[in-house]
Design a protein around this ligand. Structure first.
Ligand code: UDP
Ligand code: MN
Length: 396
């Protein structure tokens, strides 16, 4: 014991300091936000707080045309603004009102841009590889804007850096993989505009080589989400090459840009923590909402089942396919894989979905990519997305 230990006020003070340090350590380590109990630390920007569970490394120096360019930008900002990187677009400011749900397809949404795709695209083969770590471009938590709903023209003006087809790739380096975002769609025009507004700057900040595909089901027959995603996969690979597929509900907007839209070694369930489920995983095998699968795995899995008409079942069937092929579902932590679901009327669940699901395993190798039938009605490169309109029919 030190000599002052027997002096009572010193002993008390020492114990108080010990309790303080202990509590602070506990909160930093175990609280959901990694925040401090006693100090006013803010979650943004991400560099200002404790290290993330992601493999975020310090900024890399890139060699571009024999000049060294630093992809880092200031990290001392708290208001979402960065002033030094041309790669970063300011996120929009947050709105308060909520959207009113589904609507018809806005008339000007089908206007297309007839520009020459190759003229704006850079010669990617000559570029140095992009850095593994893109954290210097990211904001962490980002606001979700629900209103006012932008127009197509407004969005096109806002994102002049897009390549026709809803694509972008970094001009100065070559990302390791090409990513196709596949969105099943029908009659959710208002959601589409909010989705485009949110996703393009989000994906760009992650320095991805990406293209956004909106796969729309024609007519008013029963909706088949899984089949539209299979079609998206096929149509994306028709004439192009993608390594990574992100299957994405139109109404789910990611709340944190550290949720990287890439494909890891195992299929990744992305929409782990959704606001309407109180940011909790509803059940451990869930694979609905947003998911990421490599091209090789999607082929191995024979894609999604085509047999689920109407709401429900197809995502659980994919979860079963993943297990059957001895793959497993990977996930980001719930603090990062957070989503807001835009408001919509809940569809009536399909009454036979459990029966189809139960019989699923018998059909894994003959129901999916290899028996997919559809009629391509329209395929167009709009500036904001590649539009694939298809006609599909349930078996008679
Ligand atoms: N979807 C659509 N139109 C529909 C039904 C579904 O575009 O009429 C697409 C859309 O991408 C939507 C996804 O399928 O986000 C999943 O459907 P829904 O949102 O109804 O499912 P839930 O949120 O109830 O799981
Ligand atoms: Mn939904």
């Amino acid at each position: 014991m030190p000599p002052w230990w027997h002096v009572t006020p010193y002993k008390g003070l020492f114990l108080l300091v010990l309790i303080f340090v202990g509590l602070e350590y506990f909160f930093n380590t175990f609280s959901d936000t990694g925040s401090s109990l006693f100090f006013n630390t803010t979650k943004l920007p991400i560099h200002a707080t404790k290290p993330l569970p992601l493999h975020l490394k310090p900024p890399l120096l890139l060699k571009v045309n024999n000049k060294t360019s630093n992809f880092s930008s200031t990290n001392s900002t708290t208001n979402f603004r960065r002033n030094s990187s041309a790669l970063v677009t300011d996120p929009p400011s947050s709105g308060n009102n909520s959207s009113t749900g589904s609507s018809t397809f806005p008339a000007d949404l089908i206007s297309t841009v007839d520009s020459d795709y190759t003229s704006k695209a850079s010669n990617a083969t000559a570029l140095p590889p992009c850095p593994d770590d893109v954290s210097m471009n990211l904001y962490g938590r980002i606001p979700i804007v629900r209103t006012p709903v932008p127009t197509v023209g407004e969005l096109e003006r806002r994102f002049p850096w897009l390549l026709p087809g809803g694509s972008w790739r970094p001009p100065n380096c070559k990302p390791p993989k090409r990513v196709a975002i596949i969105v099943p769609f029908r009659c959710r025009g208002e959601h589409l505009l909010l989705f485009l507004q949110h996703m393009h700057p989000f994906l760009k900040r992650q320095m991805l080589d990406y293209t956004l595909f909106i796969v729309e089901q024609d007519g008013d027959g029963p909706f088949n989400r899984a089949m539209l995603m299979n079609i998206g996969y096929k149509e994306a690979l028709n004439g192009s090459n993608y390594d990574c597929f992100i299957f994405h509900d139109i109404d789910l907007l990611p709340e944190d840009d550290r949720n990287l839209y890439t494909c890891p070694d195992q299929p990744r369930h992305m929409s782990v923590a959704v606001d309407i489920f109180k940011y909790k995983l509803p059940y451990s095998q869930i694979f609905g909402g947003v998911s990421a699968i490599t091209r090789e795995h999607f082929k191995l899995l024979n894609g999604f089942s085509n047999s689920f008409w109407g709401w429900g079942g197809e995502d659980d069937d994919m979860s079963n396919r993943i297990r059957y092929h001895q793959l497993h579902i990977s996930r980001y932590p719930i603090t990062i894989a957070r989503y807001t679901m835009l408001t919509h009327k809940k569809d009536k669940p399909s009454p036979n979905r459990y029966d189809v699901l139960k019989q699923g395993q018998k059909r894994f190798d003959k129901d999916g990519l290899n028996n997919l039938k559809y009629k391509l009605v329209q395929k167009k490169r709009n500036l904001l997305y590649t539009w694939v309109l298809v006609s599909i029919k349930p078996p008679s």
